[in-house]
Design a protein around this ligand. Structure first.
Ligand SMILES: [Zn+2]
Length: 310
């Protein structure tokens, strides 16, 4: 495309060089025009409340005639929600005239069909402003514009605090551990609580650390492995207290200090090993998909979200 954008755009439209977008309005209908140099095209974008309009069919059948009526229109389509896109081949000297014809036709058709511009995000018909979000030009109402700006700004500021995250993970895992001990006391295999330990650790890390990174996930898993051993130890101490406490006048503290001695008994050690193997296996089985999902989500979040006014 070998054309001076300023010479190609309809009268009254503005070209934002930084974001490579032309925007403007014809008789109250706003348009965004993106020059796509690589394809030698202009893409006209119209965000409008077509779904809510009685003139929807009328407007869409008009849209279908565009490619036949204007040889420079390479594509005219509607996404079924609120966006009409029209790809226009660049013919250099003719561009200004061709684009002007299209935006005025579209604007008249909108008026005739009772179609108004709407917010790209919430689809409400409100006063709109052009903005640039995640690399795409959009029209936003004041409310959505503020939200996009806040989200983009907030993301940069939300830094992970690893120390607080670690404390959060520990507290979270502790809650899961209590569950393990309680389930163990009832006599069930506590393994499913291993999942609760991992889950609560991640939740706790995110709450106090403000952000869960991949490093955070690894920390939570390692911590959970340790906590599962701890939980098993506590379970055993409680079992000793319950079985022998009355008989030998043992305090809770005494019972806990007897755990290592009991572990030397091969029968007890085997039982504990069985509990732990089941516990870890069940914890891995139950947590696998949710950890994997979080892992992927972190990757998504790392792709930065941007928003700028036009
Ligand atoms: Zn909105």
């Amino acid at each position: 495309m070998n054309v001076q954008i300023e010479n190609a755009m309809p009268g009254g439209f503005v070209y934002e060089r930084t974001h490579n977008v032309i925007h403007g309005a014809v008789n109250g209908t706003a348009f965004l025009i993106v020059p796509v140099m690589a394809q030698n095209q202009f893409r006209i974008q119209l965000h409008a409340d077509i779904e809510k309009s009685k003139g929807k069919e009328n407007f869409l059948s008009y849209l279908h005639t565009l490619e036949q009526r204007h040889p420079f229109v390479q594509y005219a389509g509607y996404n079924g929600r609120n966006t009409v896109s029209i790809n226009v081949e660049s013919r250099e000297q003719e561009d200004k005239e061709n684009l002007t014809i299209l935006v005025s036709e579209l604007s008249s058709k909108c008026m005739e069909s009772g179609i108004q511009n709407c917010c790209s995000r919430c689809k409400n018909v409100l006063p709109l402003r052009a903005a640039f979000v995640d690399g795409n030009p959009v029209l936003l109402c004041e409310n959505c514009f503020k939200q996009e700006m806040n989200e983009a700004a907030g993301q940069g500021m939300r830094r992970e605090n690893m120390l607080l995250g670690l404390i959060g993970a520990f507290l979270g895992a502790l809650i899961g551990t209590v569950l393990w001990v309680v389930i163990g006391m009832v006599g069930f295999i506590a393994g499913i609580a291993g999942y609760a330990i991992v889950f609560c650790a991640m939740k706790g890390y995110e709450m106090l650390g403000r952000k869960l990174s991949r490093k955070g996930i690894v920390i939570c898993i390692l911590l959970s492995c340790l906590m599962i051993v701890g939980a098993e130890y506590v379970s055993l101490g409680i079992a000793i207290y319950k079985e022998l406490g009355d008989m030998y006048f043992l305090s809770v503290g005494d019972s806990f200090s007897l755990v290592p001695a009991f572990l030397e008994e091969s029968e007890v050690a085997a039982g504990v090993m069985k509990d732990l193997i089941f516990g870890y296996a069940l914890a891995v089985w139950a947590s696998f998909s949710s950890v994997k999902a979080r892992w992927k989500q972190v990757e998504q979040e790392q792709k930065s979200h941007t928003a700028a006014p036009l």
